[in-house]
Each structure stands twice: as C-alpha cells, then as structure tokens.
Design a protein around this ligand. Structure first.
Ligand code: SF4
Length: 562
C-alpha cells in the first residue's frame, strides 16, 4: 500500500570556531567572511591543539539524538497512512539536494527540520533564522532547491528554537516580521514535545486551541510537560533507519527533572519515568533487531532517586547481554544515597556528565546546588576510587553564577589543578534570559529579580549581578584555560568548542573503539586523524544505506514503467 511520506532532517551542526557570536560578521563580504572563518578555525586549532581536517569541522563525533526518533516512532505506531524517513547527519551530505531528490516523490508532503542543534556559532542570533548557514539568502536558496524537486512540499520546524519564535511573534513583539526564509518557506512550527501533536496533525485530529496562526504560518503548541501529561514512549527503531549493528543509540528512560536549578532551561517541573516492562521490551527489541547494547540515556538526571536506579538495575541486570550506557548525573545525590553509584557501575555505567556547576557554597546555594563544596570534592574523589578507570567522569561548570566571584573561581581552578580524578572539565559562561518565557529559569533579567541581575540584549548581550559581570566571566574563563591547559590527567574545554565533548563517547564506541580507547581520544590533546576519517566513512556508509532502503521513484516514472 502506498503511504504518504514525511521526511525528518536531523543533525548537530559542528563548528569549532571561538564560541563567540559577532554581529559584525553579518555585513562582511563572502571573501572576508571566509578568510575570517579560516583564521578563527586555525586560532582555535592552535589553542586546543586539535587538528581539523575541514574548515567547517564536519567530522566531529555526534550520535543520533532522541527527539526526531521519538516523533518517528509515534507516527509509525499511530498513523497508518504515513511513513517517516529520518535523514540524520544531513548537513554532512555533499550535494545534499541531489541526495534528497532520491527520497521525494508526489507522495512526499512534508519535510521537518529538527532545529535544536542546527545553529552556526557564527550567527549572532538564533532568531535571525540563518540556521546552520550564516546568510539568510543561503537559507532561502536551500529551501528553494528542495521546492525545485517538488514544489508542493511543505516545511515543518521543530526543536529548541521554535519556542523562541513563538515567544517573539505571539507574546513580546507580535508586530515583528518573520525572517525572509522563514516567511517564504515555513508552513508549520511544532512547539514543545511533538510526539502527540505530530500524530494528531498527520491524522487530521489537531485540536484547534493548539493552533495559532500568523502571516499564514501555523504554530502548533504542545502545552504538556513531564508533570502535566507528556509521555515517555517506547522507542520503535526501524530497519529503514539504517541502524548499524552494535550502534549506540539514544534511550529515553524519563522526561523532565524535579530539581529546578535556577539556571536551567529544561522541563524542570517534575519527572516522568518509563514503565519497567516497557523498558525491558525496548532493550530486548533493539538487541535482537540491531545488536544494540550501548546507550546514551537522555534523562536530565539519571540518579534523581534510588527508586529509579533500583528499577533500572533490576531491568538491566535481567538482560541476556551486558548493557553499557552514559548519562547526565547529579553527584550531590551520592552524598545521601552512595549505594546508587555502585549500582550504576554494576549495571554498565561507562560515563557520567556531572552537573557540578560551581565549587563556591554561596553560588551553589543560590543556584539550587547547595551541597558543601568540600563534601562535593570528597564525592568526586570517592566516585573515582569506586569506578577506577571504568567510567568516563566529566564535570560541567558554569562561570559567573550569582554569588560567584573572581576569587572563588581562582580557588576552584586551584582545586581542579590539584585533583586527578576527573577525565574532563567543561565549562560554559553563565547565561541569563529575560524571563519572559514561562519555562525560563529563576535566574532572569526581570527588573524585580532578587539576585541583582541586570541584563542587556542590545547593542550586545551583557549581564551583571552583585558579584560579577559577563566580562569578568570571560576573563576568568581564559584564566582557567591558562591554569588547566597542561593538566596531566584532566582535559579542559568550553562546551561550545565541543570537538570532543561528553556525547562524543557513544559515537566512538559506535565506531568500534573500546572504553579506554574512547576515553583516551576524548582527553587527548590531538585527536588522531584516523578517528575523523573513520567517523566520516561511517556516516557516508549510513547515507548510502539509507538511500538504498528509502529511495522512491516519481509516480509518473512508475506509471511509464508499468
Ligand atoms: S540542571 Fe540538571 S538537575 Fe538542575 S534542573 Fe536542570 S536538568 Fe535538573
């Protein structure tokens, strides 16, 4: 039976430049821009001693991520008239339009773009809608070339930036115009979790109150969060997704987080956990069909309760294979529940992204991470003692939280210099929003905020609070880099300059490197060229296989052949 087709395009666009955004870049001519791009790239390479083999760094190690596959699974299970094709790593395809033409015929109605990780760091603002390009006309051209293949195709946007557009165009500045390419090409914008709304949309069952229209563009809003009715569904990977045997995949065990840290943008009003039987069934299905034994858990905090760790332990230990996984994790939970760490290791934990954020007590208490820093240091040391070399341990830090000072940050860096327990430290500069978004964190630039935060967006993004400002934070980031760049064990980098970040671990495992090799690559000063090349070959093979499985002919062509 012929089915209607929707294509989801999914990728994390990599560019390891400087992590800075610069308004002035918009106005440069192409040659100047390209030269600057290369210059920044070289500077970055020198600084991190990382060797790139391409100026746009298309070779870093990202895995599939959950969102589009959760939507695809929901459509597969609930929309009998529709088939979904997910094209992952799509920005890495040479001659993309020639490639995607193989997937499109008259039955192809929609192309959905998952925008969460499609931001080029050269773009000053996400709301300019330059996506992974740097010029609006390039974005416009990209859409136009797809319309040359099938002029009736409609475009759907999903992912993280949709909320930004909804907020601007329906709340703060309804009079604002959409960017040219957005107005010319986008038909629907899915805001929030889309597993249900996409199914309702394709089945023609959308409730009218979820739909808001402006200038002919329809915004479809899902108001459900983890605590208010969103679901944690069993994923349903298909052979048509060209999953490689033994590939590490994303796995959703729970949605939302119950901690409510004040700097956090996630769904922080509560958590919802997958049913144990459902989880086991899913793990068995993936194992039997694709040989999958490795996962990155998408949970905001894997160890948010002993009950959840117990459930996971019971399920994972009952499997007929040895499962391995990595996840976000809160180290402070081990202060009260140390047994969770041993259980996590026992059930195959190979990596933890620890939200440490600060080692200053005042800043920690204000942010909602209030464990005494001395206790935190003890826990980090103890975690390494228990785990030995079996777990990749990364601490994530924020530079510039309210309450933090230059002195406290020097003190933190001194401890980082001395310790030998962390494989990697990554940091990001404190970011504060204007607080107009209902999901925004408690640290906001609202005039009445209790932290003395002052926020400016124009002409440049800038904040200050009672103990630091953005420039102090930028200065301290450089100080940390100077102090930690030659650490004998711990690699140090900015999240934004994520050539080899935490989420590269599963990718390396998918490429066939074992645990120790992967940790070695992720903490090395120089990533061996062969790793980039192996990754590139893997992605090329995936695209070839995906095309072989999912290519279609135009219906006219088929009729002529019949
Ligand atoms: S930072 Fe982590 S622990 Fe805190 S609210 Fe966000 S997801 Fe939860």
């Amino acid at each position: 039976m012929r089915k209607n087709r929707i294509i989801l395009l999914n990728d994390i666009f990599d560019n390891d430049i400087s992590g800075q955004t610069q308004d002035s870049l918009q106005d440069l001519d192409d040659d100047t821009f390209n030269n600057l791009h290369i210059e920044q790239q070289e500077k970055s390479n020198k600084k991190y001693e990382v060797k790139m083999i391409s100026t746009n760094n298309k070779y870093t190690f990202w895995s599939r991520y959950m969102g589009p596959y959760a939507v695809a699974s929901a459509v597969h299970q609930n929309c009998p008239d529709w088939e979904v094709v997910v094209i992952d790593w799509f920005t890495k395809i040479d001659h993309f339009h020639d490639y995607i033409a193989n997937f499109i015929n008259e039955d192809t109605y929609y192309i959905g773009l998952s925008t969460t990780f499609l931001l080029n760091t050269f773009n000053p603002r996400a709301q300019d809608f330059n996506l992974w390009f740097t010029r609006q006309r390039q974005v416009d051209d990209w859409f136009n070339k797809i319309k040359e293949i099938n002029p009736d195709i409609e475009f759907i946007l999903g992912g993280a930036i949709t909320d930004l557009f909804y907020k601007i165009h329906f709340k703060t500045r309804p009079e604002a115009k959409f960017p040219v390419a957005f107005q010319n090409h986008i038909n629907y914008v899915f805001n929030g979790y889309a597993e249900d709304t996409m199914v309702e949309f394709l089945n023609g069952e959308l409730e009218p109150q979820k739909v808001h229209e402006k200038n002919g563009i329809f915004f479809i809003n899902e108001t459900k969060m983890a605590s208010t009715g969103a679901k944690v569904l069993q994923s349903n990977y298909q052979h048509s997704m060209a999953i490689k045997n033994g590939e590490w995949l994303p796995l959703e065990v729970s949605k939302g987080c119950r901690f409510g840290c004040k700097f956090c943008f996630y769904d922080i009003r509560g958590t919802l956990i997958k049913d144990a039987d459902c989880l086991r069934e899913e793990l068995m299905y993936n194992y039997e069909n694709f040989g999958v034994t490795g996962y990155m858990l998408t949970d905001d905090t894997v160890n948010d309760s002993p009950a959840k760790i117990d459930m996971l332990h019971k399920v994972i230990k009952s499997l007929p294979f040895k499962m391995e996984w990595i996840s976000y994790c809160r180290p402070d939970m081990f202060s009260k529940y140390p047994e969770m760490w041993r259980k996590m290791i026992d059930m195959g934990c190979k990596g933890v992204f620890l939200g440490v954020e600060t080692l200053d007590h005042t800043a920690g208490k204000l942010a909602g991470k209030g464990l005494d820093p001395e206790r935190m240091k003890e826990i980090l040391t103890w975690m390494r003692e228990v785990a030995q070399d079996d777990v990749f341990i990364l601490a994530s830090m924020i530079i510039g939280l309210p309450g933090e000072t230059k002195e406290s940050l020097y003190k933190t860096a001194e401890w980082f210099k001395e310790q030998t327990v962390l494989d990697k430290i990554q940091y990001e500069l404190f970011f504060v929003s204007d607080g107009n978004d209902s999901k925004s964190p408690a640290f906001t630039g609202k005039p009445d905020n209790p932290y003395g935060i002052h926020l400016e967006y124009y002409p440049n993004y800038y904040w200050k609070h009672n103990s630091m400002d953005l420039h102090d934070a930028q200065f301290m980031a450089l100080e940390w880099e100077k102090m930690l760049i030659d650490h004998p064990k711990t690699a140090f980098e900015r999240h934004f300059s994520y050539n080899t970040n935490f989420w590269a671990y599963p990718r390396l495992r998918s490429l066939g490197y074992d645990h120790l090799e992967s940790v070695g690559i992720l903490t090395a000063k120089v990533v061996p060229q062969e790793v980039y090349e192996k990754n590139r070959r893997w992605i090329d093979n995936y695209h070839t296989e995906l095309k072989l499985i999912n290519h279609v002919k135009s219906l006219q062509q088929e009729e002529m052949l019949a």
